[in-house]
Design a protein around this ligand. Sequence first.
Ligand code: SF4
Length: 324
Amino acid sequence: MSEPLLKVENLVKHFALPGGFLKKSTERLRAVDGVSFTVSAGETLGVVGESGCGKSTTGRCILRLIEPTSGQVWFEGRDVTALGKEDLRALARDMQIIFQDPFASLNPRMTVGAIVGEGLVIHKLAKGNADIEARVAQLLETVGLNADHMRRYPHEFSGGQRQRIGIARALAVSPKLLVCDEAVSALDVSIQAQVINLLQDLQAQFGLTYIFIAHDLSVVEHIANRVAVMYLGRIVELASAHDLYTTPRHPYTEALLSAVPIPDPTLKRQRIRLVGDVPSPIRPPPGCHFHTRCPIAQKGLCDVQRPELKQTTEGHWVSCHLRS
Ligand code: SF4
């Protein structure tokens, strides 16, 4: 089997919390708490979980937009966590990010042409202004916009169009891996579908690899080859999209899936309502982080021992004492 494009090993990100007056805080927010997975070239890995589960922090640690506390990230066999500034800047060509908020992620004072062409200038990928303009025009057309749009400003566009500008900006440097961080979450459902279709077309055209982060399992269903479900900084289930949607094994995945509508009205999923809120990542529950909300938790086991992420069937990994 060929080496994966990306390998994440035991990634941890803890944020130190501010202390009180003349007092240093020893408390940590455990955003990512030992996450491991691989992504193959040309694959889309969906990463799903409720707000605060650590999915976006994981994406940003992979790109080193946030420094991980510990763990390794290997991209094409190179340890990203050990790279110096210059190497990291070069690597930014291969790994790009598309942000959630298409309104906040584009500089309102720059023209669309300057925004999309910025990467070409930084990485010296174009020969002069005419070349930059020609390539920006081509990129805008590739994402379904007009070449003329390069002279306009972000506020002149709708949310969906702005997200297309963000995609063109990321594509400008010909990346191999795109981290789509809640890239469609702020868009209306019909626009979400259009942007997801565009991302799929671009993947086929350019052989891109995606990490597609979302808080809703229904959003990643049609784009992901495999899906990782995260809860309080840990992966609780990782499987092919088909296996995860048809035979979920972790109680948390079952609960998330039970909320996803099925298009066929004759079929109904039994709704599993989770009790309580997601506990604080500052003091996560001991043992299995999910035990405070799990409908099948076993006292004396789940609240004491941390379940490992184990492979139950080929390619299907589950972190649960009772479902392995
Ligand atoms: Fe529920 Fe226990 Fe499994 Fe955690 S380990 S998901 S608490 S049954």
